[in-house]
Design a binder for this molecule. Sequence first.
Ligand SMILES: [Zn+2]
Length: 329
Amino acid sequence: MNPHASIPVGAIKTRVLILLIALIVCGVAGTVILTHFIKPGRKPDAVTAAQPATPRADLPPGIAAAALTLETTHYVISSNATPEQTALVAQAVESLYAAYTTFFREEIALAPRPPKLKLMLFKDQAEFKAHNTSHPWAEAFYRAPWSYAYYDAAAKNPYHWMLHEATHQLRNEVAHFPKVKWIDEGIATYFSTSHIRDGKLIPGDVDPDTYPIWHLRGLTLTGDLQDDIRKGRIIPLRDLMADTGPPVGRNVNLYYIEYWSLTYFLFHHEDGKYAKQYKTLIAQEGSLEGFEKLVEPAERIQSAWYEYLNSRISDISAMARLRVPVTAV
Ligand SMILES: [Zn+2]
């Protein structure tokens, strides 16, 4: 049986008309009520809650604004570089994060929901220099919780400055390793001089278009370790580790070459025979005494490292294409 068969057509029209009038009245009344509570230019709370705006990233001291903010899995990047350049740096630091935490997986206890790491990317060297509060010769620096660097558009490797600082940041904020200068700079140069291939940073795969690798060819060694030490061409490892060598300001590139090459040596010499002990030293404490207890006496390492440095200079110089000297801290 059809339930509507007994209702007259006229009655249906009347009911529909009444229903339409009721809907119009309710609609107008509702609009008036909502308009009363919603201030111009402000979304109602329910809308704000359902569609939260991206929080404005905080900025480092002295930076009033940034052209854009890019968030990735582990980083928030305030940037004055272009979106494409910023994305490239973002990919590079994420690849660094993956490589670093994998490399030290036995020494690091990762927090389940760590805060994002902060990067400030300047558009070029001039803008960075205008905001540089580190050494005047610095090309990048880390001052917790911010890493500062610029996009080096003229460079074959435009992001290695940021990788250097981001490695310092990982030690401090993710790994929580103690800060020991020769190790801190050694690890930073080790990762920042590594190639990124197909989006993956390969630790120890040396990119000659990075600092301080491009200075290797300018390092003139005689092959006589003691003679080179006497003439100031080599800083003895005991001084390097104890931070008792000649002034850094007048020997910056030599220091960084030694930081890099000693760390590289300890990870790779004779198929990495010192790697495990070195990682233990990095995670615990990096004093000279600790090094000699965990690894080898400094003089014995020094002779082997010096030979190794000479061979690396030959290897890398052969493929290096030198660039303008610049420096990171
Ligand atoms: Zn550094």
